[in-house]
Design a protein around this ligand. Structure first.
Ligand SMILES: *Cc1c(COP(=O)(O)O)cnc(C)c1O
Length: 360
């Protein structure tokens, strides 16, 4: 008996179309880094392609090479972490140039190749993570020859606090981005991530880069989620046992049955990305009814208290599937219980699930 991860590609395609309509007349890319946020960059990439997406972002060169094999030639694939010239093995990936060293390397490579090489240029406007700092943009502005040979397809920046609409950093970043772009050769702009698409017209650009919202994570925390759920994780009950009051359950004996209890042991654990910090805090759904996780999350097993299933609910037996993530216990809900964000829940999903893809 194996856990099953069901990915609804139709929901992901619908989420992309919703964001496309929000961003119009700007274009909308699909961010499929980290194996499509854990859901499978190949199937997700093909579903987005079918929905009309023509611009993709990954983080690593190897992710870009794999995505190119999955979606074929044509669509743009940009590599956010960048890569050295000659690294893309001819499959036509675009590097994101994240600093003056990257710019120099690609300009030199263009000179050596005797042709212009396409790239994106990343400007830092408030994250101090990657991207050219203001002084580095100033140096480029003074000596535009440093960009010689680079075919500047997009100039991009990334929002630090897009999921906090009240943060003054959002408007500050928009203003800095406009000011820095004005000092550089004209190129289309790429700005908003998922949450940025919900911040208003000042965050519109030629190419938005949503990731999490495609996968059903709420881009507007604290407000109703406009996105469709795309993930369901179900794991099988291995055993059901009745324990008397006073029985400790699981490692560390952190939970003790307060009454005669029925405990269902389920085949998933932290090795499957069901984070240990969910111990005693998560909720499963069994035959439509919420059941509390009790005790610690172990590597391969978790335990639910199924004592209170309503009369009339089917008897719990080995093989019954408990929904660990899905409607009613969304990635955002599970993340809140674990003290993290939905992104981490999705990108932690393990390799021991049978993966099923529902059609786009
Ligand atoms: C991950 C990432 C995105 C997508 O962000 P979401 O919050 O998942 O929409 C966009 N741009 C950059 C530079 C990123 O690193």
């Amino acid at each position: 008996m194996q856990a099953v991860l069901t990915v609804d590609l139709g929901a992901i395609a619908a989420n992309w179309r919703l964001l496309r309509d929000r961003a119009a007349p700007g274009l909308v890319a699909g961010v499929v880094k980290a194996d499509g946020y854990g859901l499978g960059a190949g199937p997700v990439g093909r579903a987005l392609l079918e929905a009309g997406c023509r611009h993709f972002f990954v983080a690593h060169l190897a992710e870009g090479i794999a995505l190119r094999a999955a979606i074929g030639p044509g669509p743009m694939i940009a590599v956010l972490n960048g890569f050295a010239p000659g690294g893309d093995e001819g499959v036509g990936l675009l590097p994101v140039l994240n600093g003056p060293g990257d710019v120099a390397a690609w300009s030199a490579a263009a000179r050596a190749a005797g042709r212009r090489l396409p790239a994106l240029l990343h400007l830092d406007t408030g994250m101090a993570r990657l991207g050219l700092a203001e002084t580095e943009v100033a140096a480029l502005a003074e000596d535009p020859g440093r960009l010689a040979g680079i075919d500047l397809r997009w100039v991009m920046t990334h929002l630090a606090c897009a999921d906090e609409p009240a943060s003054p950093l959002n408007a500050a970043q928009a203003a800095r981005f406009a000011a820095l772009r004005a000092r550089l050769p004209a190129a289309p702009a790429s700005f908003a991530n998922s949450s940025g698409l919900f911040l208003g017209p000042a965050f519109a650009s030629d190419l938005a880069r949503p990731g999490c919202a495609l996968y059903g994570i709420n881009p507007t925390p604290g407000q109703p989620n406009p996105m469709r759920q795309a993930v369901r994780l179900e794991a099988p009950v291995l055993q059901v046992r009745e324990v008397p009051a006073g029985t400790p359950v699981g490692y560390g004996a952190t939970w003790t049955a307060p009454r005669t209890s029925r405990i269902a042991t389920v085949a998933a654990g932290y090795a499957d990305g069901y984070l240990r910090s969910l111990s005693g805090r998560a909720t499963g759904i069994l035959a439509g009814h919420p059941v509390p996780l009790v005790g610690r999350v172990s590597m391969d097993l978790i335990t639910f208290d199924v004592t209170d299933l309503p009369a009339g609910a089917p008897a719990v037996a080995p093989g019954a599937m408990v929904q660990l993530i899905g409607p009613g216990n969304t990635p955002d809900d599970v993340a809140a219980a674990a003290g993290t964000i939905g992104y981490e829940i999705l990108t932690s999903l393990g390799a021991r699930y049978r993966r099923e893809y529902r059609g786009a």
